[in-house]
Write a protein that binds this ligand. Structure first.
Ligand code: PLP
Length: 495
């Protein structure tokens, strides 16, 4: 039954009916990838509906990945749709418009790898007009014979501060915002600061990390001279009793957490636990690094303010990134120095406040994100283009999240997690070792990650599951890949 049909098979709304018609034309091959869609006016006349109904249907199909809507260009069928891709252009040209495409034979090989490795956003919704305008603006900024401010271009720092005030519940002064080349560099700068403090005593800076957790974060800590201390997580994020125990065993210098959406298992840290963590960290002189990597995409429940918003002790370094909201290739993110920086003294056994130490580390490295990139991002933010882009992505990800959840409805031996936010899901497996499933899927052209790879090596934790990112593929490609995963996971077989 199509998504938009009621149990009796009747389309629920006019928009759904029009969307269903166009979707059907894509599925049966009457519309192929890259084909222009009928104009909204002509289709509305033909179907006897309002033009706005057709526009709304096209927007829905855009969100589902069937069509591409770009301002100022003709709407077209998306280029990533599987049925069109399996057919050579010559065969398509020879086939009458009304004839369905030839079914793939039993020996058909996957024509392309469907990459569901997590961590990558969809860039399909980027408005080309906004994107070009931002880079034109950046290119027009006059050249200057000077090195850039290592903390970042004031225009971008101001936009980031404004955005945090609007969406994350705290309003830092732009002077507390430091531009970094992504979350990885922010974590590295903090670790370098801590390593300088503890280095003379001969030990490495110790940073507690979530287990399972973000691999690149751990790598950043280790390559900046720090040591990671794994701490288990539950549904509400990091286990604070285990954190205290770890601190009692080996004095911690910092703790890295993803309180808005634990990576990768999902779940948010409740407010009471956030308060507890901040109070504990302040009392113990431990810095809290809040990795706020995908909080813009919360699909269930209302978004919680950032932990930095609760921080009245000056212990939280808030870290954000443009990697999920826009494009990881920009290599741009930011950190917000703890409240009260640079005069606060987060780590009492040393005279240097944490904020001042991080700024010193930043100055030592110099700027790492080109000024032109920062100006383009500042323009995307000041014009509202980034906000609009995020809103489009949110709609698209919600649709895809639903597709993931429905794909495993009633599936035996698979539990879906982490769908409360972001752009990835975790499938916990009962019937098949995850490593086998990852290999079998790779053979069938679907790339996913093994959940065990997120576990801190040597920690003894064993998890059996896979992690998949659902943002980049079209809805059709995603559905196909999920069917493959479900079949290979043994969920359709009787135990
Ligand atoms: C937990 C987590 N934090 C941060 C990031 C972004 O990192 P970066 O800004 O270095 O690209 C990601 C991206 O995948 C992530 O999964």
């Amino acid at each position: 039954m199509p998504d938009d049909a009621s149990p009796g098979g009747t389309p629920r709304t006019k928009v759904a009916r029009v969307a269903g018609l166009v979707r059907g034309m894509v599925h049966d091959g009457r519309l192929a990838e890259g084909d222009p869609l009928p104009s909204t006016r002509s289709l509305a006349t033909e179907l006897g509906v309002a033009r706005g109904t057709v526009t709304a249907a096209y927007e829905q199909l855009d969100g589902e990945g069937y069509v591409v809507l770009r301002h100022g260009t003709v709407p077209r069928v998306a280029a990533t749709l599987a049925p069109a891709r399996t057919e050579a252009p010559a065969e398509r040209a020879a086939r009458p418009r009304s004839a369905p495409p030839a079914p793939a034979g039993p020996t058909a090989r996957p024509t392309a790898v469907v990459d569901l490795e997590p961590g990558v956003p969809s860039v399909a919704a980027v408005s080309e007009r906004d994107w070009r305008a931002a880079w034109r603006h950046a290119a027009a900024v006059p050249l200057e014979a000077r090195y850039p401010d290592p903390a970042g271009e004031p225009a971008l720092r101001t936009q980031i501060a404004n955005q945090l005030a609007l969406s994350r519940g705290f309003a830092p002064d732009a002077g507390r915002v430091v531009v970094t080349s992504g979350t990885a560099e922010a974590i590295s700068l903090v670790t370098e600061t801590l390593a300088r403090r503890v280095g003379p005593g001969g030990r490495r800076a110790r940073v507690a990390v979530e287990n399972p957790g973000y691999r690149a974060g751990r790598r950043a800590i280790e390559s900046a001279g720090g040591a990671v201390v794994p701490v288990p997580v539950g549904d509400g994020g990091m286990d604070l009793a285990a954190l205290r125990a770890a601190h009692a065993r080996e004095r911690l210098d910092a703790v890295l957490v993803t309180p808005s959406h634990q990576y990768p298992l999902g779940g948010a840290m409740p407010v009471a636990r956030r308060h507890e963590l901040v109070a504990w960290a302040a009392a113990e002189g431990v810095l809290v690094v809040e990795d706020d990597y995908d909080s813009e995409f919360r699909h269930r429940g209302s978004p919680l303010p950032a932990m930095a918003a609760l921080d009245d002790r000056g212990v939280v370094v808030h870290v954000g990134s443009f990697s999920k909201v826009l494009d990881p290739r920009l290599r741009c993110g930011y950190l917000v120095l703890p409240a009260g920086s640079p005069s606060c003294n987060t780590l009492p056994d040393d005279g240097t406040p944490a904020g001042a130490g991080i700024l010193a580390a930043r100055s030592g490295r110099g700027a790492t994100v080109a000024s032109v990139t920062q100006h383009a991002l500042a323009h995307l933010m000041s014009t509202g283009a980034l906000r609009r882009h995020v809103a489009r992505c949110r709609r698209d990800y919600r649709t895809k999240r639903r597709i993931v959840s429905e794909a495993f409805d009633g599936a035996d031996g698979v539990q879906v997690r982490a769908l409360d936010g972001g752009l990835h899901a975790v499938l916990e497996l009962d019937r098949i070792p995850a490593a086998d499933l990852v290999a079998r899927l790779a053979d069938r052209g679907v790339r996913v990650a093994d959940l065990q790879d997120y576990v801190v090596p040597g920690s003894g934790l064993e998890l059996n599951g896979i992690v998949l990112g659902y943002a980049p593929p079209s809805a059709t490609v995603l559905r196909g890949a999920l069917r493959t995963i479900r079949a290979e996971a043994g969920s359709d077989r009787k135990p």
